[in-house]
Design a binder for this molecule. Structure first.
Ligand SMILES: [Zn+2]
Ligand SMILES: [Zn+2]
Ligand SMILES: [Zn+2]
Length: 140
């Protein structure tokens, strides 16, 4: 939270109590990939006076300064997760076609592919957004 506060200050943003509340929910729901509406529902419990517009605006702000990953699973909503280590590559997501569960793959595993692309295309890779679609162990 303190690290985030400093970063926000550098970028000219303040960590208001409402923004702090949103960030707190995102920190505690790590790995859940909540949509903005779901974040709003959680935040409302702690901070009842907050409006959906504030949640949208805060998520946009966090995204602009690179503190979130946006996850689009083509299900009509954007999901957000905090990305505090901005030098690290994004983790991958496994999406179950049957129950819709999202599983995180923490390992990058793409070093070989990245090196190949970088040399073959003379292209510097900063990050990637990889989703695998399939059937999870419970649905199998
Ligand atoms: Zn990578
Ligand atoms: Zn499943
Ligand atoms: Zn994730």
């Amino acid at each position: 939270m303190e690290q985030l506060k400093l970063k926000l200050k550098e970028q000219g943003f303040k960590l208001t109590p409402q923004r702090r509340c949103i960030v707190k929910i995102m920190l505690t729901s790590k790995g859940k990939h909540l949509s903005s509406e779901e974040i709003y529902d959680e935040v409302k419990n702690e901070c009842p006076e907050i409006g959906l517009a504030t949640v949208y605006r805060t998520l946009q702000m966090l995204d602009k300064i690179g503190f979130t990953n946006k996850l689009n699973l083509d299900d009509g909503c954007l999901r957000y997760e905090l990305n505090l280590d901005q030098d690290a590559h994004n983790h991958h997501h496994l999406v179950c076609k049957k129950c819709g569960k999202i599983i995180e793959v923490e390992e990058d595993l793409l070093d070989h592919l990245e090196t190949k692309i970088e040399s073959n295309y003379n292209f510097k890779i900063y990050d990637h957004d990889v989703k695998f679609y399939g059937i999870c162990s419970e649905c199998k």
